[in-house]
Unconditional design. Structure first.
Length: 428
């Protein structure tokens, strides 16, 4: 049984890693395409911000809706549907020909279909890995979207330079279509589906008696588990703030580098790649440091990194545009400080809070609020740059990091006090 579990866990992790990295092929391509679209059709940044915000609004709504569905039908079906229709939306976007309403509609639909990925995937991890294994598994999976984002940005810069911005949507869509078939053939929702015991039974040394489906505990029970938790709400609000700065940089960094630092499109894409690349180091770092030094306490680590992020973003904002070395170094550090706490808030903490039976909804609830923050930064950044300055937009991003850090600090204190009360009660 142990060897079979080992085989399947490796297979599940690898399949999830490849597939979720591929999701980013059909979403991060937009950030590199923005300058080309604006140049060809004369769009303002506010107009482009409307396209981005449409995506984030439907992605946020989809997180809530698809998380509920994900707990019931599982990742195998839902993620496949998301990959298939996201690819179709990307193909259609290349044919919108500057019709702003069509661009907003198609990219918004893309956001909804892409939201079918993360919540069900986190539930699958929770189904296959017990609580002592989830930190490492989450760290591994957390590098998937960072690698996918980095490859997409670099590939998009290369494609635009040779073929133009439309091919940035068509080529990734073809790749995603092919990998959607790989997903459905390789993934399984839970150990029960291949004749293995549940992770609870595995821990207790019990064997599976027969092949079974992953048990669904019902929507009402899931809502009771998740909605009543103050720590879930606190994490959701902190992620709302973090995504303001995250998607400020990931959506607008290439445009900022071109306009403020006078970089070419290829160089802007290469420099932006640093954010997800160093972010992958941040993801692995938080998994190690929370287990090694904080006894799986996630909030204090997230707080330290978010407050540090606010300071580094301020340094980036005041660094002279001709100081290429320092600005590049700060971009790399920003990636490290963004994606470390992001991994905790969107993967490990939802599994800890929601248990494996409600992991998809806990993830979707937290992530949904995060993407409401992303929707805010999409259009607000465009408005601030068009009507005030890039400095005003950066101030918005800095405030998001700082407020998120404060919320995580308060959550850390709350959870520490609860642990203290439980310890004291044990001696009375």
């Amino acid at each position: 049984m142990a060897s079979k579990f080992k085989y399947w866990r490796k297979r599940i992790l690898l399949t999830i890693w490849i597939s979720y990295a591929a999701f980013y092929l059909c979403r991060m391509n937009m950030s590199v395409a923005l300058p080309g679209i604006m140049n060809e059709f004369g769009f303002t940044k506010t107009m482009m911000g409307m396209i981005l915000t449409g995506f984030f609004i439907t992605y946020a709504a989809g997180q809530f809706i698809n998380a509920v569905i994900g707990d019931k039908v599982g990742a195998r079906k839902l993620v496949f549907v998301g990959m298939l229709f996201s690819a179709i939306m990307n193909i259609l976007f290349g044919f919108t020909n500057g019709v702003l309403g069509a661009m907003i509609l198609v990219w918004s639909l893309n956001g909804f279909f892409l939201s079918m990925g993360w919540g069900p995937i986190v539930k699958t991890i929770a189904n296959w890995f017990n609580i002592r294994q989830r930190g490492k598994a989450s760290g591994v999976i957390g590098t998937s979207y960072l690698f996918g984002g980095a490859v997409t940005i670099a590939l998009s810069g290369f494609i635009i330079a040779i073929l133009g911005w439309k091919w940035v949507f068509w080529i990734p869509a073809i790749i995603l279509l092919l990998l959607s078939v790989h997903w459905v053939l390789r993934i399984r929702n839970a150990p029960e589906e291949v004749g293995l015991p549940t992770i609870e039974d595995e821990v207790n040394g019990r064997k599976a008696s027969k092949t079974a489906r992953d048990e669904y505990i019902g929507l009402l029970n899931i809502l009771k588990i998740v909605i009543r938790m103050k720590r879930v709400w606190a994490t959701a609000l902190a992620l709302f703030c973090l995504n303001i700065v995250r998607f400020g940089f990931m959506s607008w960094a290439p445009t900022y580098l071109i306009e403020v630092q006078k970089a070419g499109i290829t160089m802007a894409a290469i420099k932006t790649v640093l954010i997800p690349l160093t972010g992958s180091v941040g993801v692995l770092f938080v998994g190690w440091v929370t287990d090694k030094f904080f006894k799986t306490s996630r909030a204090p680590v997230a707080a330290i990194m978010l407050l540090s992020l606010a300071f580094v973003c301020w340094m980036f904002a005041v660094t002279p545009s001709d100081n290429q070395f320092l600005s590049t170094l700060l971009l790399a550090l920003i990636g490290f400080l963004i994606y470390g706490p992001l991994s905790l808030m969107t993967t490990t903490m939802p599994m800890d809070f929601g248990t494996r039976k409600a992991a998809a909804f806990a993830t979707g609830f937290i992530d949904g609020w995060g993407y409401i923050g992303a929707a805010l930064t999409g259009v607000m950044t465009g408005l601030l740059v068009d009507n005030v300055s890039w400095s005003a937009a950066l101030s918005l991003w800095i405030s998001g990091a700082f407020i998120g850090g404060v919320i995580m600090s308060l959550l850390g204190l709350l959870m520490k006090n609860k642990k203290t009360v439980r310890v004291r009660s044990a001696y009375h």
